[in-house]
Ligand binder design. Sequence first.
Ligand code: URA
Length: 263
Amino acid sequence: MWQNKIGVESWLSCASRPRKGFVAPVTTRDQLRNQYLDAIGVQRWRPREPRVDEDSKTGSAWSPIDVTDAAVASTPNAAARLDWESLQTAVAGCTRCALHTTRTQTVFGVGSRSARWMFVGEAPGADEDAQGEPFVGRAGQLLNAMLFAMGLKREEVFIANVLKCRPPGNRDPQPDEVEQCEPYLIRQIELIQPKLIVALGRHAAHSLLKTDLPLAKLRGQTLNYHGTALIVTYHPAYLLRSPGEKRKAWQDLCLAKAIMESP
Ligand code: URA
């Protein structure tokens, strides 16, 4: 049986008793929220252009980009146009910010290169720094349970972080570290082309969406990351500290499932 210390059972019971009305209907509240997001300049979801061909995976045919290109352009010699192996090599040897002096190793990401789901966290912690894999500590166990509750295995999704190196003492990522590191994440997303990105927590959401809106204002919507659907939910480490919020996180995951089941 699964451990109960991290609340796995509650995820399983969520999974076995999915709520009726899985897909939230468009209500006046939704419309108001959408108007609000439009007003504050956070893009809502619209379907991406269909994939053209395999070449698009090399980056040359990547659809019209705003923040992505701006971010890569502002960080010369970054990850743009690297293939997967070169990207892994670049990350492994990265010295773009001071975190390389304190890391044990970089944490590139784990999972399927053709994943339809991509989960993005904040930065490696001590366990991840030691093992070179994201989300392997207690927060990782809870993330695994969340995946399990949605019928997903770790191997079939891709899990990455905004930062590829551990900030000492697990402090928050600094803006310059995010700026130096985010081309790697951007390139990972370009290469994988997931159908859905799940931003885990405030740092991932802020970095991807270029906003500083509180999580409460970003949750519960299908947002648009350059043509890819993106949802925001709580970071598993926060859920460990605030288990009462798991209910809301489950609603987010239900939204995620609905998006993935949509044509
Ligand atoms: N928290 C994160 O954001 N990422 C990890 O990989 C582990 C904990």
